[in-house]
Unconditional design. Structure first.
Length: 311
């Protein structure tokens, strides 16, 4: 009892001392509680024929029939493969690009240039995908696109990029990396800043070059952060970037074979059917697979690289 009182008193005292900090965290906590934890009971509708008037506790139970909507679809394999494939491309190339940027900036000695570069790299992260879709159209438009104009000058016939299925995984990967690599690079730069400077000083005394310091000190000490971020990304591998895909591809059916993901497929289907139970069934499927992937990947990481495991 005495320990509990001390803990409670300590927490209350900390709130009084750091009231402003807790006040800043309050909106995020409220958002997480309302849109995260309070939505858990609604997972039940994945096993119901949900009726708005009856609510989640009185609607008819139908077992796993809602899951048949997705798994019996002839597009289930295609959209699942596209979701995993595109996310793997995003994770691999996004991580490598962010690492390269952070290592390059760390080696630069002109602080003003580094600060300007960081600001410029962060800017794409705050641009809407809708705006980016118009920029992309300016590049890949059939008649007026910049890419086709360059091809024309080289004597190559113009390409209708919005019908070229095989080109779009690469295009989407480039756009995703361009938009998000700057933010990830900032995280890696913060990790580099936390590395003990005495390690570099000792390496310099021993005659190590900057390249050797990077390969033997910087990268190994960054790996726990890299692995943890990758583990978190693996947990969302079944969730496609709906905002990006729908803004850049929209309802262009000619590109569905390589760009249609679970989220866009379900959105189009429910836009016509309007069944929330089927949407929740697919969402629950994505969550369960994501949990298994994170748990399994973390177990493998803990076995071979303990410092990079989440738990």
């Amino acid at each position: 009892m005495e320990k509990k009182r001390r803990r409670g008193f300590g927490m209350l005292s900390d709130i009084r001392r750091n009231g402003t900090s807790y006040l800043l965290v309050l909106p995020a906590m409220a958002y997480t509680f309302i849109f995260g934890y309070m939505t858990y009971p609604y997972m039940l509708i994945a096993f119901q024929r949900f009726n708005y008037s009856k609510g989640i506790f009185h609607s008819e139970w139908i077992g796993f029939k809602n899951f048949e909507f997705f798994f019996r679809s002839n597009k289930a394999f295609t959209v699942t493969f596209n979701t995993i494939y595109l996310n793997l491309l995003f994770i691999i190339f996004g991580t490598l690009t962010a690492l390269a940027i952070s290592l390059i900036l760390n080696e630069l000695r002109k602080k003003l240039f580094v600060k300007i570069s960081q600001s410029m790299m962060l800017f794409p992260n705050f641009i809407s995908w809708i705006v980016i879709s118009y920029v992309l159209y300016a590049f890949f438009s059939m008649d007026m696109g910049i890419v086709n104009k360059l091809l024309n000058q080289l004597g190559i016939a113009p390409v209708n990029w919005y019908t070229e299925q095989q080109a779009w995984p690469a295009i989407l990967t480039i756009m995703h990396v361009w938009k998000g690599a700057g933010m990830s690079a900032v995280i890696y730069l913060a990790t580099i800043t936390g590395i003990d400077e005495t390690l570099y000083e000792a390496a310099e005394i021993d005659g190590a070059s900057r390249w050797q310091m990077c390969m033997r000190i910087t990268i190994p000490l960054m790996m726990p952060t890299v692995v943890i971020l990758m583990l978190l990304s693996v947990g969302k591998i079944m969730y496609g970037d709906f905002g990006m895909i729908y803004a850049l591809i929209g309802d262009n059916g000619t590109l569905y074979a390589t760009t249609d993901i679970i989220d866009t497929y379900v959105f189009r289907s429910l836009r016509q059917i309007g069944n929330p139970s089927e949407a929740m069934a697919v969402g629950l499927f994505q969550s369960v697979v994501g949990f298994i992937l994170v748990f399994g990947t973390n177990a493998i990481t803990r076995k071979f690289f303990k410092d990079g495991a989440l738990y």
